[in-house]
Design a protein around this ligand. Structure first.
Ligand code: PXP
Length: 268
């Protein structure tokens, strides 16, 4: 049993989290594979694998939500994928998006349950760093306002740093997603340091009234090290689930990670 988490400047404070840790399954990698062969005809009935089928498989495996990212360069998910999944799959949809007028317009039409604002550059292999909310405050604040006014709850994907958490809270966003890439890529002592950064950011986020999620680079092996990070509501996981799906199928891969996630320390 882990000791109760402590908030800076308080006596032993037990955190109250009544819900199980939720899983958002990122299925972009299914579209990446499809595009490798069918970039010119992603809508053809022969184009495989299908993100829509993957979404239903994730549902069957116990996913709590789906995450899809329509990038400006459309390298994996296409607009049609997003609208089809939104229309047909009875799971909350998290629309990951760059902070651009084009993506805001798509989100306002798509009306996902959530939107997660991420940085985006053409060269990166995947989302490589957190959104600089503090540095791009006016632009992010405007996007948050437009989306939340339309009933879409906004999350900001940020590095675990206090100025970013504070800026996220000021922007009016309801949630943050802490970037766990630094943690996933670190070894030994450096990983302890990353955990400490994530835990501090989670405490700051919770104190600011934000829902705290996390994602990027989480897998079946490193997952439980995150149990030292308090106040987590949801993890967004893609690559490791899709990789495991090659061996056991997507539904089972989702079931397996959900099983591991059930040991996140419960409200005490
Ligand atoms: N969260 C965000 C904001 C992402 O951009 C991604 C995909 O890069 C993920 C979570 C999932 O990361 P991974 O595929 O490494 O599990």
């Amino acid at each position: 049993m882990l000791p109760p988490f402590r908030l800076a400047g308080t006596a032993s404070v037990r955190y109250a989290r009544c819900m199980p840790l939720l899983l958002g399954v990122n299925i972009d990698h299914i579209a990446t594979l499809r595009q490798a062969r069918y970039a010119r005809t992603p809508d053809a009935s022969t184009a495989e694998p299908s993100p829509l089928v993957a979404a239903f498989d994730a549902l069957e495996g116990g996913a709590d939500s789906l995450t899809i990212h329509v990038r400006g360069d459309r390298r994996h998910m296409q607009d049609a994928d997003a609208f089809r999944i939104r229309a047909e799959v009875p799971l909350p949809l998290n629309f990951e998006m760059g902070v651009t007028a084009e993506m805001i317009a798509i989100a306002l039409k798509l009306k996902p349950d959530y939107a997660c604002l991420v940085p985006e550059s053409r060269e990166e292999l995947t989302t490589e760093g957190g959104l600089d909310v503090a540095g791009r405050f006016a632009q992010v604040h405007s996007a948050v306002t437009q989306l939340q006014d339309a009933g879409i709850r906004v999350s900001l994907f940020i590095d675990p740093e206090l100025p970013q958490v504070e800026a996220a809270a000021r922007s009016g966003a309801r949630m943050i997603e802490l970037h766990t890439g630094g943690f996933a890529n670190a070894a030994d002592d450096a990983q302890d340091l990353e955990i400490a950064r994530l835990a501090a950011a989670a405490r700051n986020g919770m104190s600011a009234g934000l829902q705290v999620n996390a994602g990027h680079g989480i897998n079946y092996t490193n997952l439980t090290r995150l149990w030292a990070v308090p106040y987590l509501t949801e993890l967004n996981i893609g690559h490791s689930i899709v990789a495991r799906a090659l061996r056991v199928g997507l539904s089972q891969a989702v079931r397996d990670i959900k099983q591991l996630m059930s040991s996140y320390p419960a409200a005490r």
